[in-house]
Each structure stands twice: as structure tokens, then as C-alpha cells.
Ligand binder design. Sequence first.
Ligand code: KIV
Ligand code: ZN
Length: 388
Amino acid sequence: MDEQVFIFDTTLRDGEQVPGCKLNTKEKVELALKLEALGVDIIEAGFPISSPGDFDSVTQISKIIKNASVCGLSRAVQKDIEVAGESLKYAKRPRIHTGIGTSDFHIKAKFNATQDEILQRAIQAVKWAKNFVDDVEFYAEDAGRTDNEYLARVVEAVIKAGATVVNIPDTTGYCLPYQYGEKIAYLRNHVSNIDKAVISCHCHNDLGLATANSIAGVVAGARQIECTINGLGERAGNTSLEEVVMVLKQHKHLGLYTNIQTRMLNPISREVSETMRVPVQVNKAIVGANAFSHSSGIHQDGFLKDSLTYEIINPEEVGADGSKIVLTARSGRSALAHRFHKLGYEFNRNDIDILYNSFLRVADGKKEVEEDDLHQLAKAYKPELAII
Ligand code: KIV
Ligand code: ZN
């Protein structure tokens, strides 16, 4: 039986931490509704104590969201947790996400504390949160650089205190996929009550490994991935939702699935990009403008014979506009013939051979050969064929 991986979307919290991406309540509510329609299981709506605006956003999202859990972030601080609890009081499925740094970097530099003191603060935070909600997620910040033996002690203690989800963030994006996978496996093998909680992956992309690490985590037994649309998030960003969802969909042998409506991935990516004013890089997997564009002659020829030669995903499946054959100086004759055909010209092989030489002269002077250029080439070759 395939198992579900829960998708915890943090576009409205970690994603919104990107400088210049701040959202107002109306924008957050609109995006939350879209995320719910997309099929995410948990929406991290904000960090309620951080500002009155964010408190209001979490409250309004709690009122309107029906199916997904709504989550509010807090530190392991009583007042944070009370405010998070208050902001979530209208939610159908409220979750408080509380936690504390567990690596030596955090324990010494940030808290000037000892491992035992941090352990007690972690337990206390979960107990406070339990006064407000049943569903409490605990994060061990910088778990990626936390010693596994200590991390296992913390995880066991917070589950005993009532945590339903244990989040193992690679906060600094430091881990290699095999190390992150081994960390999750270690917790599964060394935490006696681990079956009472869901293990969550929260990976950052400082080394470009966030998606790979999250997948390594679920392969090792985690069942929740924390991610954002377009991979937005602190510094180099978080795991991108569209990537992990499509990895699991493509690799069915993993026996894992999500509830995401993949046809909505491109529309929601555009919506988030516009609302947060962050363009999507053109070569971004799944949602970049070039994700389904073919420009080199070898690829174009294969693609035109059978799209499966160079595309592993059908663009429709992820709501993209469709595959594109882009004409550049690296393109070949089949692509040129294909584009002429799409414009209504029927040239034979000999015509294309002749036209190809003129095409290359134009292509060498431009980044991309456009429709207008093709009409000009056709007109120059056979004026009687001119369509425009
Ligand atoms: O990256 C991180 O560790 C976080 C936590 C607050 C979950 O965002
Ligand atoms: Zn984070």
C-alpha cells in the first residue's frame, strides 16, 4: 500500500521572510485559499507574535480555511505560544509549531545554555502548546548540525510531552542527502516512541540540496515535507513544493504519494511570483519558462519524433502552457520545418535545406528567431507563398 507524504506549505511564513516579499492580510488570505485548493495538508500561515498584521493574517486564515490544518509558528517562549494559540482559536484544525535550536552553535552562541537546559525548555514549550491545541509540532532548529544522540533524546522527550509531529530542520542547508537520510533513519531506530509522531523534513537550499534532502528524508521514513511554492524562503530558499511533489509522482516505485493537484502547480507558481514580486528563474524545474522548451537541434529532432525522448513530464500534468520548440542558431532542420508548418507553410526537404542556410544567418545575429523572421525568410525564398 502506498503511503501519503503530508505537504506542509510554509510559503506564507518561511517564504514570506524573503526581503521584499511581505504580504498583507488580504494577499495572505487569497494565497491560503489557493493553497488549500492545491491540496496542501497544512498551511503555515505566519508567526503570530511577530507583528499585529501577522496575528491578524493567521486569525483570518483560521476562519476561512476548511480542510487544511492551519499552523502558527512560535519560539519556545510562553507568550509566543499563548499568542499563537489565540490566533488559531477559530481554526478547524489548528496546529502550533514551536521549537528551539538544538545544535551546539545555537545552544552556546544563541542561548548561552546547556543541552539539558534546552531539553527542558523544549519539553515545557510542547506542554504550553498542548494547553491550546492537540496538534503540536516541535522543531529542533539546526537539527542538520545537531549531534544525533542528543537530537534523539530531545525528540523522544517532546513526543512524550505530547508533540504529534517532530520537525528535523536542516536550517542552514548544510547536510548532504545521505547524511540527512541517515539522521531520519537514526531517529526512527533510536527514539522508542517515534511511532507516536510524524517526522517532518524542513530543508533549506544553501547548497542547492533542499529537494534532494527532503526526498532522502521521506525515503528514510519521514512522512511530512515542509516546502514553499517556487522554493521561496530565507537566503537561498526552502525545498520547493512543485519539485518534491513531482519527484514522488514520477518515482512511483518509492510507494509515496501526495494529495497535490499537480495541474495547479504552474498557475499557483505565477500567482505567488506576482503577489510576492519575485520572478521565477527561467530554468526552474517544473515551473520555469524553459522547463518545457527545446532549443538544440539534437533534442528537437528527438522530441518531434517522440516527446518522451526529452521530456519526463507532460506539461499539461503540471498546468504548463505546453512544450515549445525554440529556434536558435543551435536548432536543426526538423525544428525549422516544424515551426514553418505551424505557421501554415508546407516546404519539402529541398526547400528546408535551402531555407536552413538563410535561417542560420538570421539566427547567428539573434538570441531567438521569431515568427516574424520566419515569415520574412519564407517571403524572401518564395514571394508567392507569403502569408503576411
Ligand atoms: O529553518 C528552520 O529551522 C525554520 C524553523 C523555524 C522551523 O524555519
Ligand atoms: Zn526554515
